[in-house]
Design a protein around this ligand. Sequence first.
Ligand SMILES: CC(=O)N[C@H]1[C@@H](OP(=O)(O)OP(=O)(O)OC[C@H]2O[C@@H](n3ccc(=O)[nH]c3=O)[C@H](O)[C@@H]2O)O[C@H](CO)[C@@H](O)[C@@H]1O
Ligand SMILES: C=C(OP(=O)(O)O)C(=O)O
Length: 421
Amino acid sequence: MVRYRVRGGNALRGTAFIQGAKNAVLPMIGAALLAAKGRTVLRNVPIIEDVRRAVELAEAVGAYVELHEAERTLVIDASRLNNPVLPAEIARRFRGSVLFTPALLHRLGEAVVEGVGGCNLGSRNLDFHYLGYKRLGAVVDEGETVIHVKASGLTGATLYLDTPSHTGTENLIMAAALARGTTVIENAALEPEVLDVIDMLSKMGARIRGGGTGFITVEGVEELHAVEHTVMPDRLDAGVFAMAAAITGGELSLVGTGLDLGVVRYKLEQMGVDFARQGAVLHVRCDRPLRPINIITDTYPGFATDLQSPMMTVAALADGTSYIHERIFDGRFALAGELNKMGANVQVEDSRAMVFGPTPLTGARVTAHDLRSGIALVLAGLAAEGETVIESGYLIDRGHAHLATRMRALGADITREISDR
Ligand SMILES: CC(=O)N[C@H]1[C@@H](OP(=O)(O)OP(=O)(O)OC[C@H]2O[C@@H](n3ccc(=O)[nH]c3=O)[C@H](O)[C@@H]2O)O[C@H](CO)[C@@H](O)[C@@H]1O
Ligand SMILES: C=C(OP(=O)(O)O)C(=O)O
């Protein structure tokens, strides 16, 4: 059992180094398996539990992988893939396991998905993925627990996503990249991480047009080759550090190549947080009471659902009533009950929450129900009086690298503990 212990009251100051993006590196590991020859090198890899699980999963299907933690570099040689089974004990521990299917289909002619994990956020369907594979010519056998996808070569088709699924878009692009002929994906996801994956696939030799427009065209090619690629910075990690500065009355310089916070920056500015860019560094500071905010989550360029939970913590400290409408996931408000244990006043009705601030927060024993509610509780702990203990810390470690070390370097009183229970 991993747990985080946070004692609030310290303003965070200094330079925060933003990790590489979890939601870009996981599809990139899946993409690396499409190359039948050579070694792929990924740089700026976040050293998070999801990456460790992805390494285990790649090894389970026959890839040779080196994870150089200090250098934040992955070396992947997929020339000897030999096993189409994504074993339940690894695959069920993270969502990114879903991104291994296209490579197994192309390289081995089949993929056996024994399970897919990820944050517990209510319904998380995969129908767009499987319907897409079927339209490209695969046979999908959906059993009770195991899904078997088979294809002796895929053929391009026109695909439409009912909503612009993030991993769905990535998977269908990867499936189309080595298919015969042309594939068009309509209503494709626009997230910057998807564009970074397209960038890597293009370097590998894939022919992809229309990234960022919602209409993606992929001309299938014969083979893809191993490349070197640097993972983009994690805008969710950056958003959390910006919020940590905001709620502790601190001042941080965020460093991460090409960092762009997008709408989160504008929302925090509306709340009274100051941002200033100085070349490649983004400064964040807050020395005034926070104002309340309205948030409606949406696919990119809307407000990212993954930052909705940490924003709920910020809203609890703001002077007035904030309104949050969660439109992506139907089970993302488990945080409200935990924040209320710390003294917040959050009332939830279906997909909407009202946050009545400002409420002084008091340390408590609280439960992370998923990765983002976990980091939201760390933020709450930084602003609370007394000690906050958050379990299970593993969920936080799924997505944030060396969190306690990075926050301690900025003045936070936070420790990460491991115990038998
Ligand atoms: C590893 C990764 O990149 N995870 C991110 C990815 O998850 P993920 O790719 O799983 O999220 P999706 O964009 O696919 O899901 C969004 C919504 O679409 C629905 N849906 C999705 C696929 C499908 O086949 N059928 C269907 O109905 C889901 O139930 C959900 O309500 O995008 C989410 C939304 O930005 C983020 O919170 C996750 O951090
Ligand atoms: C929902 C998330 O991740 P995953 O899709 O990997 O479960 C998240 O990062 O908040």
